[in-house]
Write a protein that binds this ligand. Structure first.
Ligand code: ADP
Length: 203
């Protein structure tokens, strides 16, 4: 499916992938501070919207139930943010690698971005221990004032959404591009693994 908002450049991209609470955000923030890597976290872009914004209202409606925001809205928000970051000079597609965190989050979004992203690697932060992830999310609820993390039912729903809708994205990109990393390791070890692979990626 094509989207007129997206231009014809293929962005050199790496994806941070994993369940809520797997540590994508922690890694994304660090990676975003590395020169020539530009980090975009889709959940942050939604949280930065104003409540009066129709997209902001849609975000509240869906995220409060642990559901994904509809794909057209999500891709439009992504395109708008990437365009703005390009215009203001934060992101230079000719020089930088895009680090995407939380998008694409289902196979349809991956298809919608197919002509736009040149996905070099997918870092799958894998954690088999659901209890551990729930614990992390509940700690984050207090620290970052995230309403969708505060309610156990919503957390469970998000983990289900992840299993059913998001995980198939791994098959979409295929095993040559997917690097599975144990998310229960200390963040520094996860980071080291990611950086080693990023440094070896050829353009
Ligand atoms: P987490 O990975 O911890 O669930 P995020 O901050 O990535 O948190 O996302 C929070 C919420 O924002 C999601 O539960 C969903 O409702 C919405 N969201 C974020 N990214 C997307 C996306 N790519 N597609 C649809 N909804 C999204």
């Amino acid at each position: 499916m094509s989207n007129p908002e997206l231009n014809s450049t293929k962005y050199r991209t790496i994806l941070l992938f994993g369940a809520p609470g797997s540590g994508k955000g922690t890694q994304g923030k660090i990676l975003g501070s590395v020169p020539n890597l530009f980090h975009f976290a889709c959940g942050d872009a939604f949280r930065n919207l104003r409540i009066e914004d129709p997209m902001g209202r849609q975000f509240i409606e869906y995220s409060s139930k642990g559901q994904l925001v509809p794909d057209d809205t999500t891709i439009a928000l992504w395109a708008k943010n990437i365009k703005a970051s390009t215009v203001n000079g934060e992101f230079d597609p000719a020089r930088d690698t895009l680090v995407l965190d939380g998008i694409p989050r289902n196979v349809n979004q991956a298809r919608m971005l197919h002509d736009t992203l040149d996905v070099k690697a997918v870092f799958f932060l894998s954690c088999a221990d659901q209890g551990k992830m729930i614990e992390r999310l509940q700690r984050r609820a207090l620290r970052e004032n995230r309403l969708d993390d505060a309610n156990l039912e919503v957390i469970k729903r998000r983990l289900e959404t992840y299993e059913h809708e998001t995980k198939p994205v791994l098959d979409y990109y295929g095993p040559e591009r997917v690097h599975t990393i144990d998310a229960t390791q200390p963040p520094l070890d996860v980071l080291r693994t990611i950086l080693d692979i990023v440094a070896r990626i050829k353009s």
